[in-house]
Design a protein around this ligand. Structure first.
Ligand code: ADP
Length: 328
């Protein structure tokens, strides 16, 4: 039996990166593993400057998009993190086994804190402790596998370290999880800045394809994607990152191989056109289903209510055991 857990943050509109790097696999494969759980991790959206009404709206939209992407609440558990108290309960206990040094070494913390300081803002303490809460999300459910994009593997490593450390100090309590990432499109890059990942929390930009972008908007963004100075179509992530990104997106959408696809094109224009159409086709059913779900808000409410109940029942025994083990 393999327990799977993963989630999305409602810090912005979900992107093609979220979909190709994570959600698509959750729907196609991961939800059919035993007792899989998928979560909108709304507590994590409070780690940076946020607007309460926007977070609430995006959480709701995130949940609808998880369902629209194909998660079936008859098969897996779909819920919102803040509806289940066990996440925050366990996070505090894990803060008592984590160190400030390991938190400060996290790449995402360093990047996001630097960005925040550049803007003249202050860094919330929760941004530093965010990976501990994420470890709690994972460990509360006895998770074996965490299907994520590349950017999250360091955080899953931390969850592993904390599980091992806790088990050694206080007795076996947690399953030690591992991250899994897709072979292609594990890190979809920004179409305008191929050195940075396509991240939803970044400012709205022409380099980000959102799951709810209209087909013509998708086409425009992909046609305007920056490519590199060369002319030939080759797959080379280091030297030709813009082109490699398009080839990976096309490969992920069509089930092909980026290197082989490179051999089929002799112009950037044709590659961009086919990539745009492939993305439009991949997004079409998700957008259609999302529209249906928006027309039936009671259904989504019911799914989330039931999901939270199931998740709570799964998490409570492990979190209670952690409290007992640590001396509470
Ligand atoms: P973000 O806020 O960066 O969009 P989340 O933390 O909500 O991301 O991520 C949800 C899932 O989507 C995670 O598994 C993450 O690894 C994955 N993901 C996010 N961005 C990308 C990307 N550009 N390429 C591939 N996977 C991604």
């Amino acid at each position: 039996m393999t327990r799977v857990f993963s989630g999305v943050k409602p810090t912005g509109h979900l992107t093609l990166g979220n979909y190709l790097g994570a959600m698509r696999r959750w729907a196609a494969v991961d939800q059919y593993r035993s007792d899989a759980l998928f979560c909108v991790v709304d507590l994590h959206a409070l780690t940076v400057d946020h607007d309460p009404a926007r977070v609430r709206r995006l959480s709701r939209q995130g949940a609808s998009l998880l369902l629209a992407a194909g998660l079936d609440p008859e098969v897996c558990t779909v819920f919102v993190q803040s509806h289940v108290d066990e996440h925050a309960r366990l996070s505090y206990v894990l803060e008592c086994v984590a160190t400030d040094g390991e938190m400060r070494r996290m790449i995402q913390y360093k990047e996001k804190a630097a960005r925040e300081r550049e803007r003249g803002g202050s860094v919330r303490l929760s941004l530093l402790t965010y990976p501990v809460l994420m470890a709690a999300d994972i460990l509360a459910y006895g998770t074996d596998e965490v299907p994520v994009g590349d950017d999250q593997t360091q955080h899953v490593e931390l969850a592993r370290d904390l599980a091992v450390r806790f088990n050694q100090r206080y007795g076996h309590t947690f399953v030690v999880p591992r991250a899994t990432s897709p072979a292609v499109a594990a890190r979809v890059m920004n179409l305008q800045e191929p050195a940075s990942k396509m991240g939803k929390s970044d400012d709205v930009g022409p380099g980000i394809v959102y799951l709810l972008d209209e087909p013509d908007v998708v086409r425009k963004k992909i046609v305007r994607a920056v490519t590199d100075s060369g002319r030939d179509v080759v797959y080379d992530r280091a030297e030709r990152p813009g082109l490699a990104n398009l080839l990976e997106i096309l490969a992920a959408c069509t089930g092909g191989d980026p290197e082989e696809l490179a051999g089929e094109y002799d112009s950037y224009g044709a590659l961009k056109k086919d990539t745009a159409e492939a993305v439009v086709e991949v997004l079409r059913p998700v957008q259609e289903r999302h529209k249906e779900l928006c027309a039936d808000p009671g259904y989504v409410d019911g799914v989330l209510l039931e999901g939270a109940g199931r998740a709570r029942a799964m998490a409570r025994p492990t979190v209670d055991a952690a409290y007992r083990a640590i001396g509470l």
